[in-house]
Design a protein around this ligand. Structure first.
Ligand code: SAM
Length: 323
């Protein structure tokens, strides 16, 4: 096997970051030296920080998953997710609207019908409240990867979640008939793309980030997710704008302003830049969402994040099953 490099690591000590004026000088030098990347917004260029890129070539080591689901299979995706709706109350934890069951199955159906298949996974599953919404909505041949500390809670730096009995998690998975499941019972900081490549796990069509909620951990997990997804894959970031976990919002903007190839289309779902129009149009026509649109006379940036149009629906009651 050829030598495989590790993911770049985020800075661990922001006190060591240069003074803002040093940033400005560095940015001007960078702008003079390099042509701006296509589509990178002025906002992103002005904010500074180093541009984050993935070593996507690592995925060449793994055979991509190619499935052509038939209509009946797409219906079964929704059917399985509906069965989870009935079981969901057995699973410990809370489900917020943006992670609703309905959205998970609709997203899976949309991706699969557009030929976007692959692994699904989550960092920070707890007992699987959200994870099972994506795992039951996946095809049997799509690998499901769960990364959590489980019983090793002495490594849980910010006490997000709490003790997780991996046996009980497995019993939930068995009850729901989740096939092709891998539990990585470890600190997410020890997981790299190499981990997936060595397991032969194909690139992800969906990757949820809900592990430790510190700035450092969230940024690191977002960077892993960004490299883990295939083109057209989606990252879901939980607890964004949850003011009990400010590290998440802090890291999300640091990430967004430095990862030009990853853009948000829905509060807060991200995809690779070239797929943004497809996903935004999808979100805008969902009956359970009320996507914001710029009011007449307002600047078009009103509903933008990091220079990208985004569906912001913070009012929605989409925690329910909404058609
Ligand atoms: C907020 S809970 C996740 C809730 C879950 N997504 C759900 O749907 O119920 C956070 C989880 O992250 C896990 N966790 C915390 N730090 C972690 C780390 N460094 N690596 C992996 N998992 C971690 C915890 O064990 C906990 O289960």
């Amino acid at each position: 096997m050829p030598h495989l490099t590790n993911l770049p690591r985020p800075p661990t000590d922001r006190l060591l970051q240069p003074h803002p004026r040093v940033h400005v000088v560095a940015i001007l030098a960078l702008l003079a030296a390099t042509a701006p990347s296509p589509g990178a917004s002025a906002a992103r260029r002005l904010r500074g920080g180093s541009v984050f890129r993935c070593a996507r070539e690592l995925w060449r080591e793994v055979e991509p998953l190619r499935v052509a689901p038939r209509l009946a299979q797409l219906d079964s995706v929704v059917g399985a997710a509906m069965r989870y709706r009935d079981y969901e109350k057995e699973v410990e934890g809370n489900m917020i609207w943006a992670m609703s069951l309905s959205l998970s199955s609709k997203l899976a159906q949309f991706q699969l019908s557009h030929g976007i298949s692959g692994s699904v996974g989550e960092i920070g599953t707890y007992y699987g409240k959200y994870f099972f919404s994506i795992a039951t909505a996946a095809l049997p041949e799509e690998p499901k990867v769960d990364i959590d500390l489980f019983e090793a809670q002495h490594l849980n730096v910010d006490r997000s979640g709490g003790f997780v009995d991996s046996g009980r998690f497995r019993r939930h998975a068995a009850a729901l008939g989740v096939a092709n499941l891998t539990l990585l019972s470890q600190d997410s900081s020890t997981v790299t793309i190499n981990t997936f490549v060595q397991m032969g796990t194909p690139a992800f069509r969906l990757f949820s980030v809900d592990g430790a909620h510190t700035f450092e951990a969230t940024l690191r997990d977002l960077q892993l997710a960004a490299c883990a997804i295939k083109r057209g894959g989606v990252i879901v970031l939980d607890d964004w704008l949850n003011m009990d976990w400010t590290g998440v919002v802090d890291a999300s903007f640091q990430f967004l302003h430095n990862a030009p190839s990853i853009v948000p289309f829905l509060f807060l779902y991200l995809t690779t830049r070239e797929f943004h129009p497809l996903y935004l149009a999808w979100a805008q026509q969902l009956p359970c969402l009320h996507c914001s649109s710029a009011d007449r006379g307002m600047h078009s940036s009103r509903y933008e994040l990091a220079g990208t149009p985004v569906c912001m629906d913070v009012r929605s009651g989409c925690g329910g099953w909404c058609g």
